[in-house]
Ligand binder design. Structure first.
Ligand SMILES: Cc1ncc(COP(=O)(O)O)c(C=O)c1O
Length: 414
């Protein structure tokens, strides 16, 4: 396997060691093949909001498997999950299930082009929208971690149709719209970015983006693969009170099984085949195991009206502890947090975009990561990723993490 992994973010290349090979995980803990136990802040990069191997979800998956792992045909579970998503995110008038976040964003891009008859898209530096050719320019996540500005293999003409703007800077978008008036099909944004570390869009910026897209007939696409069902019940759209035209989902919607989805305004979604001419298909799309995991994940949230408040309050205890450590050690690093997502940036600057994220001292991050791992805390192996907390994390986990954080920061700043 190239680099020993099936997805680059799993490699520990940027932190100078070999990746762990995982044997199992339960609740907030993950265990490597050598039997070591770690407190897990990766959470499979977002999906495990109820912790690993949640009994209700696992039992439901087992039950569904008895009825076959795939039909390649429509089933009731797809309708149940679609209705749940619509209940959580009212802007979703119609939805199409796919198998990954990448598939969701690529399909949403084709749809926006089909709807507008335009070809160019705008994205933001440091945002990651999966590995579709059009998105691999100045992208976040593993692309940023490995320091790859663009990817070989993307044709010049594809690259030319992607325009990059600066996150939280509406004038950078206005300039591109002015320069390419009438050619821009869509603006893609992670409203709460997780792929340059955790960076929230400013509300006024997001509203201005909404207004600009409406005025110019551009399809505004919120990529909520990470933020969906994470930062609030209705994702970033609820948090900001701003609706997108189309939204992409992944991760939590599949409860840890491979699912993505895209949806939104029905006048746009009606163009998808077989209702309309924009083609998009999938042998395993909406498969019963993945739908079951998604349904149980969302139902477990739905049944607890205080789910996000309780999770957020629990996380504040950890953030307070981490902030006190910084104060006590007289370090000016920056903690960005949004609900149960957070990043400790090894930078004294306020981090509001990709440029400020890149002021972080990544060598120091690597040293910190290694210290934390040696203290049995499993963090994303990159400065440009978010940590994820589940409702299975306990006070004891947080106390241990705060103590490990203090020791690690002290050791690397001797
Ligand atoms: C915001 C966002 N969009 C798209 C993707 C791609 O999703 P997947 O890895 O399921 O293809 C990711 C993955 O991390 C993501 O964070």
């Amino acid at each position: 396997m190239p680099g020993g992994v099936n997805s680059p973010v799993r490699a520990f290349k940027s932190v100078g060691r070999d990746p762990l090979y995982i044997a199992k995980a339960k609740g907030s803990k993950i265990y490597d093949v050598d039997g070591n136990e770690f407190i897990d802040y990766i959470g499979s990069w977002g999906p495990m909001i109820h912790g690993h191997a949640n009994e209700r979800i696992i039992d439901a998956i087992k039950g569904a498997a008895e009825d076959s792992t795939s039909f390649g045909a429509s089933s009731e579970k797809e309708i149940v999950l679609a209705k749940l998503v619509k209940k959580f995110v009212p802007a979703i008038e119609m939805i199409r299930m796919v198998n990954s976040g990448t598939e969701a964003t690529m399909s949403a891009m084709r749809l926006a082009r089909g709807f507008t008859g335009r070809e160019k898209i705008i994205k933001f530096e440091g945002c990651y929208h999966g590995h579709g050719d059009s998105f691999l320019s100045k992208a976040g996540s593993g692309v940023a971690t490995l320091g790859l500005p663009d990817s070989p293999g993307v044709t010049r003409s594809t690259a030319a149709d992607t325009l990059n703007a600066k996150f939280n800077d509406i004038s950078s978008v206005e300039i591109l719209v002015e320069q390419h008036r009438g050619s821009i099909a869509a603006v893609f944004i992670e409203p709460v970015a997780g792929n340059m570390g955790c960076v929230m869009a400013d509300k006024a910026f997001l509203q201005a983006l909404r207004d600009l897209c409406t005025a110019e007939g551009i399809v505004l696409i919120f990529d909520e693969v990470m933020s969906g069902f994470r930062v609030a019940r209705g994702g970033a759209q609820e948090l900001y009170g701003i609706n997108a035209d189309l939204t992409t989902f992944g991760k939590i919607i599949g409860g840890g099984l491979p699912v993505g989805a895209y949806g939104g305004r029905s006048d746009i979604m009606q163009l998808i085949a077989p209702a309309g001419p924009v083609y998009q298909a999938g042998t395993l799309s909406g498969n019963p195991l993945a739908m079951t995991a998604g349904i149980e994940t969302l139902l477990s949230i739905d049944e607890d009206p205080d789910f996000y408040k309780n999770l957020g309050d629990a996380c504040e205890y950890l953030y307070d502890g981490l902030r006190s450590n910084l104060t006590e050690l007289r370090l000016d690093y920056t903690i960005n947090a949004c609900g149960s997502m957070f990043t400790l940036f090894f930078s004294g600057e306020e981090v509001t975009d990709f440029d400020s994220a890149k002021t972080s001292d990544t060598a120091k991050f690597a040293a910190y990561f290694n210290q934390m791992l040696n203290n049995n805390v499993y963090l994303p192996p990159s400065q440009y990723e978010a940590n994820f907390i589940s409702n299975a994390h306990t006070r004891d986990d947080f106390d241990k993490t705060i103590a490990a954080n203090y020791a690690a920061l002290k050791a690397i700043n001797k």
